[in-house]
Design a protein around this ligand. Structure first.
Ligand code: ADP
Length: 481
């Protein structure tokens, strides 16, 4: 179902319900509402007179009430002599038509019914319809007036009978008028609903359609499409999300292309070397030296590590190889990695300094292999990029509820605008850098994915020219964990 029709049906449904309610109220219940309100109002008049009977100005009050509510009022004493009387404008002689004996019967009925009695009349005569006679309330023989009798005690131990009478104006003509108005309102509403639906759908579905068309263009690999804003907040948010997705996809695309270029370059160099040295050793006697063999071994190791990086990242992204977290000692973990650099330390005079203050053990909940990979990648980078002093410092710090590891080098650092980028896949800051060329640009991306999976905090503080400080923080493992 299209948006336009959905809006149209929704608004129509609501309008229909409202209209139906209006119809029912105005036509079916109007009569009963009107009568109920009228009876209530008239009873209030009787109550008020009963309450104020001892007032000096009661005669004036009765006249005022009669005038205000358009009712006829008669107050009788215990002997059924008229004390006060006031008439509604159009029915001067009303009470004159009623014999005193009738007033007496009203008084008796009122006493029977606890003080107040209501009687309906089908005209200006007394028809004898009782108050329970609901059938009388039909269009044909609807009551045209009713009378309330109220009995109230006087001060001398006697009583007053208050009679209030009012006409019920027939509402039939009102109903007919309302019906005509309602037909107009209904017709107008339908037209308005249609127009609203059209305008709304133009405002909603058109921009959506535009976005959907552009998304199809994006799907073909054209990253230049621009998702435009409309006048609707949610659609703008969608456009923003798609623009973001577009940028990210574009970046991924560029990075992937770069990776293929990088990897093929990175693969070609060691492969050429290996092939070249092997041929030399085969063809030229005396060239099968240990040194030449070492070149082949080193280059094949470089190949292996490169291929491993690529495999790791694709495994991590695909979620293959579930994490197997356990409680382990972060300090031990770091200590186990340092000897891997022994050769570097001995041969090239690198210094890898590990400080952990007074920490005895640093229990954290993590996947051992992955955590080692994080530390290893960070230390590798630090070794690669550190400065002339060839020093890498590893610091283990204890915090309130976590352990922090800092891996600090004294190299050229990273410019601030590049900081968020280095965690991205295949990103390398300085492609011309000799040593940087050795990396795959995947190391930090692997670190990021692993630390994210451990919900660990991590980051880098770096000052260009002074070095970098890569850190991560892992929650302390509870003793029971
Ligand atoms: P690579 O394999 O190229 O080292 P990484 O993902 O590990 O890839 O790092 C991405 C980029 O971040 C590197 O190319 C480098 O430019 C920068 N980088 C990483 N670690 C450091 C560091 N300790 N000092 C300076 N630059 C660094």
């Amino acid at each position: 179902m299209s948006l336009k029709w959905r809006i149209f049906t929704a608004i129509s449904a609501i309008m229909l319900i409202i209209l139906a309610l209006l119809w029912v109220c105005q036509t079916v219940f109007l009569n009963s509402f009107y009568k109920a309100v009228k009876v209530y109002e008239t009873k209030q008049v009787a109550e008020e007179i009963a309450k104020n009977m001892s007032d000096e100005d009661i005669e004036y009050q009765i006249a005022a009430l009669s005038n205000k509510h358009d009712v006829s009022i008669k107050v009788l004493d215990a002997d059924f002599k008229s004390l006060y009387a006031a008439s509604a404008r159009e029915m001067h002689s009303f009470f004159g038509n009623i014999p005193d004996s009738e007033f007496y019967s009203f008084y008796k009925k009122a006493v029977e019914e606890g003080g107040t009695y209501t009687e309906y009349f089908g005209g200006f005569g007394i028809t004898g319809k009782g108050k329970g006679d609901k059938q009388a309330d039909t269009a044909k023989n609807a009551p045209t007036s009713f009378m309330i009798a109220k009995v109230t005690a006087d001060n001398a131990g006697g009583y007053y009978t208050i009679i209030v009478n009012t006409t019920i104006t027939p509402v039939d003509s009102v109903i007919t008028t309302l019906r005509v108005i309602l037909i107009f309102v209904t017709a107008l509403t339908v037209v308005l609903v249609l127009i609203t639906a059209l305008i709304l759908s133009a405002g909603l579905s058109k921009p959506l359609k535009k976005i959907s068309d552009k998304a199809k263009v994006l799907a073909t690999g054209d990253y230049d499409v621009e998702f435009e804003h409309s006048t609707v907040k949610e659609i703008d948010e969608l456009a923003d999300s798609l623009n973001y997705a577009k940028t990210e996809l574009g970046k991924m695309d560029t990075l992937q292309k770069e990776l293929i270029a990088n990897i093929s370059h990175d693969l070609r160099t060691p492969l050429t070397l290996i092939g070249g040295y092997a041929e030399v050793m085969r063809d030229i006697p005396g060239e099968a030296t240990d040194e030449n063999l070492q070149v082949i071994i080193d280059e094949s190791k470089r190949l292996t590590s490169l291929v491993n990086d690529v495999l790791d990242i694709s495994k991590l992204s695909a979620g293959v190889g579930q994490m197997q977290p356990e409680v382990l000692d972060l300090k031990q973990c770091i200590e186990a990695i340092i000897p891997r650099y022994n050769k570097l330390v001995e041969k090239d005079r690198y210094q890898i300094l590990f400080s952990y203050g007074s920490i005895q053990t640093a229990p954290v909940y993590a996947d051992r292999t992955r955590l080692e990979q994080v530390i290893y990648n960070l230390v590798n980078n630090a070794v690669t990029y550190t400065g002339e002093d060839k020093t890498v410092r590893i610091e283990l710090l204890e915090k309130a509820d976590s352990f922090a590891v800092h891996i600090i080098d004294s190299g050229e650092g990273i410019e601030e605008d590049k900081l968020p980028l280095i965690w991205e896949r295949y990103y390398k800051v300085d492609k011309a850098h000799r040593r940087a060329q050795m990396g795959s640009g995947l190391g930090l991306s692997i670190v990021k994915q692993i630390l994210d999976a451990h919900s660990a905090a991590y980051g880098v503080n770096s000052t260009p020219g002074e070095g970098s400080d890569f850190w991560f923080e892992m929650k302390k493992a509870g003793l029971s964990a």
